[in-house]
Write a protein that binds this ligand. Sequence first.
Ligand code: DGT
Ligand code: CA
Ligand code: CA
Length: 581
Amino acid sequence: MRNQEVAKIFYAIADFLKMEDVDFKPAAYQKAAIVLESLDESLDAIYARGGKKALEDLPGIGKSMAEKIEEYIKTGKIGYYEDLKKKTPIDIGDLTAVEGLGPRRAKKLYQELGIRSLDDLEKAARSHKIAKIEGFREKTEGNILEGIEFLKRSKGRFLLGDILPRVKTIQERLSRLKEVERIDAGGSVRRKKETIGDVDFLIISKEPKKVMDFFVSQPEAVKVWGKGPTKASIRVKEGFDIDLRVVPKNSYGAALQYFTGSKEHNIATRRIAMAKNLKLSEYGLFKGKRMVAGWDEEGVYKSLGLVWVEPELREDRGEIEAALRQAQGKAQGLPRIIGYDDIRGDLHCHSSWNGGSNNLEELADAAQKMKYEYLGISDHTKFLRIEKGLDEKKLGQRDKEIDKLNEKFKVQGLKFRLLKGCEANILNDGSVDIKDEALKKLDYVIAGIHSNFKMSESEMTERMIKAIKNPNVDIISHPTGRILKRRDEYQIDLDKILRAAKEFNVVLEINSYPERLDLNDINIRRAKESGVKMVINTDSHQKDQLRFMELGISQARRGWAEKEDVINTHHLEKLMKYFKH
Ligand code: DGT
Ligand code: CA
Ligand code: CA
């Protein structure tokens, strides 16, 4: 899969062009990169199928970009990008990953101090060289160091959303091998943790050697760490490792249970085994020498006096106790967590009206392909100028187009509807950036914080609560503002926010965008326990991103959320009851 590689280069090109103050082009490259990284099909396959023409047919990809992709497929390089790199030889992707450091400032730091890498940057900040440069302040140094610290902490972990497509490709390839009887991804991938250290495959096979040979010769493998008779480990291009184990068929359940983890969950299950005078290992559950369970996972849990536990719950956060109560027929068993097919629509999606990649019709089409009953269009409003936020007038024009499309769906006898929404900005004082009369005309209103993240806890909490009290606001988007591998949550008193959300019937979002996943699993559980309703949204800026929904659902499951806790599991009519108009 070259898609991610080319996407990364396009992002870098966008940064290099921004550095040169080029107009429009950076945004075009960025948009194209988003398209590439969310494609279903690999670029090689598209190119093999229809050549340069097929590449050009991709949304957002013009002639010159198609040529660059072709060049990459043929030569492994893009000359245009190599030239840009020569001109400003810095690790642009690494440097701009530091929160608050954009391409222009990165260039300035290169020119003034010769900073090319994260290491250079850290040294310069520590020795206070940066504050001396025009346009930089002492505070910047602190922020840069904080940003670098954050990157280091998340180093070696990969976003679930980045990993899953790759895991699926390799898993499918392996499962097609006739020597492979069964394959599962265990570990944090199976538990759908928001970030992944490495991938753990388990396989049943009568011919492990053939499986190993095939596995280490995957085109994505850049390094083979080890290859034995039943275990192998590789590194793939994107930098993460995959372990593969072939395990005996009659121990498969025990192995799957063990290698799914988490470690904490395993420690708890092993303790239960010991208390019953049993021994639990990756080979089975044993009474003395006799194996009493281990063929399948259900059997392992059952023999421990538990019911089977969904992998997303296996973090030793009370699931063992709940499984025990359930097995004993007592109240407060395991939650019936929301299913991957329970969602009936997405309420957070940006259209071409605010600079997204797809127009309303294309988005509606994609949503119907996902079997949705509704899709809420929540374009940005005017405060966000870089995102071409809509003012009151443009919002009205957009809604006329939505009316027309809905009329068309009705005539066609379709149940599907587009909903009129927006994602308004919560300003510093907690007010929103668009007039009440305009908001009242919408089906629903999302409000979110997109600026001034560094307020004090009390100010930030006040700001958010004021938005929650706003009679036009129905949903708060990405409520804590964290960006995985980039920045922490805002300083905010979430308990106060939850109380306010409950009191004023405001729904909190579980944003499925791979680097957001906000609310996160733990906060989802807090919201549920506070009786606050949630909505799982994707925040799509491109139609293929509607598939991020799966990531949000996985976090909802990890947060013990049930169908009833999530409003977009309902049919349209019931959904509308959660909105104020
Ligand atoms: P990761 O890879 O850091 O995202 O997280 P995991 O959970 O995939 O951890 P990993 O790959 O180190 O190991 C896979 C599973 O194997 C883990 O979830 C539980 C099991 N495991 C690994 N080491 C231990 C251990 O020392 N004790 C126990 N009880 N289980 C372990
Ligand atoms: Ca792992
Ligand atoms: Ca591992």
